[in-house]
Design a protein around this ligand. Sequence first.
Ligand code: CDP
Ligand code: CDP
Length: 223
Amino acid sequence: MEKISIAIDGPASSGKSTVAKILASDYGFIYVDTGAMYRTITYLAIKHQVAFSNEEKLAELAIDYPITFKQSAHGQLVFVDDEDITMAIRQPDVTAAVSEVSAHGKVREKLVEAQRKLATAGGIVMDGRDIGTTVLPQAEVKIFLIASVEERAQRRYKENQAKGIEMDFEMIKEAIAKRDYLDSHREVSPLIQAEDALLVDTTGMSIVQVVGKIKAIVTSKGF
Ligand code: CDP
Ligand code: CDP
């Protein structure tokens, strides 16, 4: 397999990270979860009591605490310094604030720079909101994954249940819709489908079906 770049963008719970991980593993590519990077800055802001409106200080956090991804038998782990923050960055307090933090241009500038460095060697599957439009506009394959908000909330609800987290379905749906709105309406690199991205509506589709569809797209492009 040629060492191409595959960009996967889309709203919350559309299945980006799940399918990106499978594709990366099947193709022998590196997987980069850019959402984890914005979540890390948000986690650090909470930890160091930096206001979510303080653009300068938030951008400094991105410089002072380089993020590293490590592979383990349980999947990809996220570290800053020697601290494993894989679980901490998925907590509701981080999720509730991440869209506000990620809207700042200076924060994005720092993280986009780091994301591009991770992609220099090629052979990459990167997921996020602005990968096809801003981070890797030259990516050979661009996918824009969507699903109805009802189904996306249902997926998160089931995921929480499996982890033993009790969270009201309507609250999950509201939180997803709010994050979608903020992510799509910010000034800097909003969530939009790149002109050359292919739309895949995953409503009613299983993970296996979505992976199959994306692989067919990759093949159809001659890779
Ligand atoms: O997995 P989930 O859909 O909950 O979100 P995520 O991919 O972990 O991303 C968390 C948040 O980070 C998003 O809601 C965006 O506000 C922000 N984000 C972004 O602005 N740009 C990216 N490339 C990736 C994430
Ligand atoms: O990364 P993103 O927020 O876009 O979504 P995800 O974390 O990959 O997927 C959210 C949840 O939906 C996970 O529990 C997946 O297993 C599930 N999922 C699904 O049930 N069917 C799909 N076609 C894709 C994801």
